[in-house]
Write a protein that binds this ligand. Structure first.
Ligand SMILES: Nc1ncnc2c1ncn2[C@@H]1O[C@H](COP(=O)(O)OP(=O)(O)OP(=O)(O)O)[C@@H](O)[C@H]1O
Ligand SMILES: [Mg+2]
Length: 441
């Protein structure tokens, strides 16, 4: 198989880790260079064009942070991905401060590695091509956001208005609509793009650790606090902190967060002194925070503090004009990635994509396109589409269907799209679960 053009340098003193990384990267068609020390890595950098650096931090002799500083100084265009152990994120935070773009916490899955690598390489593209060209003459491409609808044009308008200030932004929208993409666009298009962008998924960090990870702690603040550590807030200073799934933050974190927002300073857990902060906070959620405020599970004062600039990313079904340009963009991207000639989708298949209601939004579209590119040889036709998209079959004449049959096929379609999650299906169909159960009988 021909090699992809991206060269990735992996640096780790642990040979098993090097092997695992190399095996995975090779299976995705990247070209790899291995180094087991910083000195070795510096030599490779001198003589080979490297597109991405993946490095461990703790290594005997010169450590990974020094390597990151060296690359930052001599090869500023190379994105850096740091691999680190959990929960000792302290080192990772220093790395981020010294310019690392992204980090991956051990142990990680293959999928997480792939995502981090893609993201690092994409960030590089954002930096290299500040002026992007459109996919089609009348479609928009802006920091990876593709579209053609007036909703996307408005969204980019808001990003343009906030990108160079530090106003707090709340991004709301269904799962898979592109909230994180919008957050990254705000940061990387703004005048603070050279400073860190730190994404924290509040739902993925165990509740009892979240507070310490966010705000840092001093030695002795609690059992296990063996040293003084910065948190993500200190690390993101001068840049952006992205608080994803903010609706899952427990009450203690909400209270502390409110204080940070009010006072614009952060205090490590157990500390008497606080540090001035100068950063942008972007929060995102697919939960209805307003409703949570009503139920008393989310602090009202915090909600208003976060909601200074509100961005609502509409579901894909409400901006169907974006389906074709996004699909075209994804076809290009994944054809390249899987080393296939650029694939096309035929008209009938496109029609089906346009008719689908996309409960999983752009992520669902992305998954489908990716799968089809892997599975098909040349162009994509109706037979390549997943079964659940094809209900009712396109040749069926909708005008000859009884209401009952139509209802039945519609319910099947929705169920398939949400992986047979009845609660979600009932929500989409706007009926209660009991009614859905009866209809299924
Ligand atoms: N307008 C768009 N153009 C191109 N790609 C998009 C667009 N919107 C979303 N995507 C892609 O769809 C995927 C999902 O987007 P993202 O992760 O930003 O969604 P999200 O709203 O954060 O989802 P979740 O709530 O599930 O975390 C990503 O791979 C992203 O790059
Ligand atoms: Mg997200």
């Amino acid at each position: 198989m021909p090699l992809k053009k991206e060269n990735i340098l992996i640096v780790d003193d642990n040979f098993d880790m090097l092997e695992v990384l190399q095996r995975n990267l090779k299976s995705w068609n990247f070209h790899t260079y291995k180094a087991s020390s910083v000195i070795e890595a510096m030599n490779i950098l001198k003589y080979s064009p490297i597109d991405l650096l993946i490095t461990d931090l703790q290594m005997p002799g010169i450590n990974g942070i020094e390597l990151i500083k060296y690359v930052e100084e001599h090869f500023p265009h190379i994105p850096k991905l740091v691999i680190t152990g959990f929960p000792s994120v302290g080192g990772a935070i220093d790395a981020v401060k010294s310019g690392a773009l992204d980090y991956l916490v051990k142990p990680f899955t293959t999928a997480e590695l792939k995502k981090a690598v893609d993201r690092s390489l994409e960030n590089r593209e954002i930096k290299i091509h500040p002026k992007e060209s459109a996919v089609e003459s009348n479609s928009i491409v802006y920091a990876g956001i593709v579209g053609q609808s007036k909703e996307i044009a408005q969204l980019i308008d808001v990003i343009e208005r906030v990108r160079n200030n530090r106003a707090t932004v709340l991004i709301q929208g269904e799962s898979g609509t592109g909230k994180e993409l919008v957050a990254r666009a705000i940061h990387y298009k703004g005048s603070f793009a050279g400073n860190p962008f730190i994404a924290v998924n509040c739902g993925a960090i165990p509740e009892n650790l979240l507070e310490a990870e966010l705000f840092g702690y001093v030695k002795g603040a609690f059992t296990g606090a063996n040293e003084t550590r910065d948190g993500f807030f200190q690390a993101a200073n001068r840049g952006t902190i992205f608080l994803d799934e903010i609706g899952t933050a427990p009450a203690t974190v909400q209270t502390r967060l409110l204080r940070v927002l009010q006072e614009k300073e952060v205090r490590r857990i157990g500390s008497q002194t606080s540090q001035k902060l100068n950063l942008r906070i972007i929060a995102a959620t697919n939960a209805n925070l307003y409703e949570m405020v009503g139920k008393g599970t989310f602090r009202e004062d915090l909600f208003y503090r976060l909601n200074v600039v509100n961005i609502e990313v509409p579901p894909l079904r409400d901006r169907k004009k974006d389906i074709i340009p996004i699909a075209a963009n994804l076809l290009k991207k994944y054809s390249r990635e899987y080393n296939k000639p650029e694939m096309k989708i035929d008209g009938k298949a496109l029609e089906i994509l346009m008719r689908h209601s996309w409960p999983g939004n752009v992520r669902e579209l992305e998954n489908i396109i990716q799968r089809m590119i892997i599975m098909s040889e040349d162009s994509i036709t109706v037979k390549d589409l997943p079964e659940y998209l094809k209900y009712p079959a396109p040749k069926e004449n909708i005008l000859e269907q009884s209401l009952k049959d139509f209802e039945k096929s519609h319910i099947q379609k929705v169920l398939a799209a949400v992986d047979h999650n009845k609660t979600k299906a009932a929500e989409i169909l706007q009926i209660d679960r009991k009614t859905l159960r009866q209809k299924l009988k």
